[in-house]
Structures are given as C-alpha cells and as structure tokens.
Write a protein that binds this ligand. Structure first.
Ligand SMILES: NC(=O)C1=CN([C@@H]2O[C@H](COP(=O)(O)OP(=O)(O)OC[C@H]3O[C@@H](n4cnc5c(N)ncnc54)[C@H](OP(=O)(O)O)[C@@H]3O)[C@@H](O)[C@H]2O)C=CC1
Ligand SMILES: N[C@@H](CC=O)C(=O)O
Length: 342
C-alpha cells in the first residue's frame, strides 16, 4: 500500500524530511507495510539551488496541486509563517488529509482552532517538531498529563540562541559572527529576530502551556526578553562569577494561576543547563508522580527537525494501521489493518 505525502516547503526542514524519507523508506515499509513517498513539493522558487538530489518534476508553485490531489494522504507543512500556511492547512483538513507541521508560530497563534477543525473532520494534526527540535517532548507530555499532574516546565527552547551564547562563551566569537553561522547552518528562523528577541521560545512555551495546562495563555501576560542585548562582556563577566548565560523559558502553575516567561538566566557553570551546548535544547518537567525529568537533544537543524517530523508521519501511519482511516480510495486496504475497534 502506498502512502503519498505532499510537502509544503523545501528549505532546511523540508529537505531534511525528504532525505530521511528516502533513507528510511525500505525500513518503514518493512515495519509498517506502507510504502511512503513524497508526491509533490510546494516551493516559491523552483529554480533555487537545494542541497539535496531530487526529481525536479516534484516541485510545484501551485498549492492546489497538493491540497486538492485525492491521492495525497498526508500534508507536511514546513514552509513557516502564519499566512498562507494556516489557509493551506485548513484546506488540507477540510479535504480529509492528515497534517504534520513544524510551524510553532502558527500552532502558538492558531493551534487550538486548527486542532478543533482537525478533530471535527476526523483527521490528525501533529506538531512534534514545533517544540525543542528532535526531543519528543510533545509526545511525552501527552503521556505525562495523563499519568501525572505537571506543575512546572522550564528549559532552553531555542537552538539558535544557545548556539550563539555557546560560541560567545567557548570560542570568544562576537554575537553577529555567531548569529550568521547559526543562519548558515539552518538553525535560525527566516527572520532571526524571532530567535534572538525570544519570540520563538515564547511560541514554543505557549504550545507547551496549552499541552500541559490546557490553557490559552495570552503572550502579553508573559515576560519575554531575548539575547539581542547580551555582549561578550556580559558573557565574560558571568564566567568570572562561575556562571553561564542561557536563554531560559519557563511556566508554572500554582493553584489556578499560571505564570510564564522567557529571558536570559545565569546558571552555575557546573549545572546541567550550563552543559547544554551549541544547538542543543533541554526541557525540565516536574510532576507530582515522576518527580522531575530532564530531556536533552538537538533543538534545530535539518536532520534533527526532519526526524521529529518523520516521527509524526509514522504516528499517522500507525493510526492507519491500528485505529482507522476512512479514505475513499484506500478504505478497503486500510481497514484490513484494523485491529482496534473505535
Ligand atoms: N530550521 C529549523 O531548525 C526549524 C524550523 N522549524 C520550523 O519549520 C518551518 C520551516 O523552517 P525552515 O525549513 O527553516 O524554513 P526555510 O526558510 O528554510 O524553508 C521554507 C520553505 O518554504 C517555502 N515557502 C515559504 N513560503 C512559501 C509560500 N508562500 N509558498 C510556497 N512555498 C513557500 C520556501 O520556498 P523556496 O525554497 O522556494 O523559497 C522554502 O522551501 C518554520 O515554521 C520553522 O519555524 C521548526 C523547528 C526547527
Ligand atoms: N529557530 C529555531 C528552530 C527550531 O525550532 C531554533 O533555533 O530553535
């Protein structure tokens, strides 16, 4: 059985997803019984050089080639920005397609309404890649919120900022050289001010708050500061005092009150957070049952993020295998995999 994917975007993350799907195609087929391939890719500029070998005929500049194609089962949105990504996802959902997105700005601002829309159309909307890159934190939190009462989450949620601060500290780079390198490596957002002003961490935190506390926190109620004003002198001064500077995002719940914020924070140089370096992220979760757990991994970049997107694609495929998927063309085969009654 063939599963066809429509990719919206073919930049850092999109090419990562493409490479991983090619690399793992046989393994996925063996493990799941589904042969997964990319049918079409939406881009702005089909002439652009891309660091991946692919068939040029896959590219299109017309979103309807993907969103209206009855044979495309899963839409992977990795183009970024709120518009037109939101409208494309809505159209995909309404047309009965499952959706995977890496778009934290969109999920922070409109996640609730998109999730409701997906639910009402009986399709999946998955977004593991929106928070902390390759760390499977959304999936883990979905479990924690059932097994435990979580009252605190905090961590380093932006790979670009952590990379910049690490280079300023370990290699004595200046801020702009480090930022330029983070952009070259594909870590930074299309507009890197989202990273360095703390907005990217803020979007991720908002998604986590929804996931953990079931609340739509107004970002105006969060104190948000980035690292744009941090100089080499600040980094050196912190080091003289036995500390490292990290951009830290946190949220906690006391009674019914949720407080949250993003900002630079000093950590003892020997602490775990100080040892989270380069593009790594770290997420600390505290709950009444498990106590506390810390997750560390790459927070940005082509392959780590591609990996998180692929994990969501696999989740969707497992839903086809084990739960249900009524699609006009594929009902018969997909139903033959049904092992769990709804
Ligand atoms: N980079 C990272 O490490 C991570 C990124 N993300 C998120 O993933 C998403 C993608 O990021 P990234 O891959 O870095 O971004 P890029 O800028 O590298 O790629 C964006 C892609 O989308 C295409 N695109 C953008 N707008 C349109 C449009 N209106 N119509 C058609 N195509 C469009 C671009 O086409 P063209 O190539 O022709 O310009 C490009 O291929 C963002 O939401 C980002 O926040 C999430 C986690 C990590
Ligand atoms: N720009 C983001 C990309 C991943 O979410 C970051 O640097 O963390």
């Amino acid at each position: 059985m063939h599963i066809e994917i429509g990719l919206l975007g073919f930049g850092t993350v999109g090419t990562g997803v493409y490479k991983l799907l090619e690399l793992r195609r046989e393994k996925i087929k063996k493990r799941t019984g589904f042969d997964v391939s990319i049918k079409k890719i939406l881009v702005r500029n089909p002439q652009k050089q891309r660091n991946v070998l692919f068939e040029k005929s896959l590219l299109t500049t017309n979103p309807e080639d993907i969103l209206l194609d009855k044979n495309i089962d899963i839409i992977v949105e990795v183009m970024g920005g709120v518009h037109p990504a939101k409208e494309y996802i809505e159209k995909a959902i309404i047309n009965g397609k499952d959706v995977v997105t890496a778009n934290k700005e969109l999920m922070a601002k409109h996640g609730l309404e998109l999730l409701k829309l997906a639910e009402s159309h009986g399709v999946s909307l998955k977004y593991e890649a929106t928070v902390a890159g390759a760390i499977p934190i959304i999936r883990q939190i979905k479990q924690f919120t059932v097994t435990d009462d979580i009252y605190y989450i905090g961590g380093i949620l932006n790979g670009t900022c952590n990379f910049i601060l690490t280079q300023m500290s370990d290699n004595k780079w200046d801020y702009y050289t480090a930022l330029k390198e983070a952009q070259r490596l594909g870590y930074a957002e299309a507009d890197p001010s989202y990273d360095v002003l703390g907005y990217d961490s803020m979007f991720k935190l908002k998604i986590l708050i929804r996931e953990i506390f079931g609340a739509e926190m107004d970002v105006k109620d969060m104190e948000v500061e980035g690292i744009a004003n941090i100089s080499r002198d600040d980094v050196e001064e912190a080091e003289r005092n036995g500390c490292k500077i990290k951009l830290y995002a946190w949220a906690k719940k006391e009674g019914d009150k949720i407080t949250a914020g993003v900002g630079p924070k000093l950590f003892d140089a020997n602490s775990i957070f100080s040892r989270v370096s380069g593009v790594e992220n770290a997420v600390l979760v505290k709950g009444d049952g498990f106590g506390q757990q810390l997750f560390v991994g790459y927070g940005a970049g082509q392959m780590p993020t591609g990996d998180a997107v692929l994990s969501d694609i696999l989740d969707v495929i497992n839903d086809y295998r084990f739960i249900r998927k009524i699609s006009v063309d594929k009902t018969e085969y997909k139903n033959s995999f049904t092992t769990v009654a709804l």
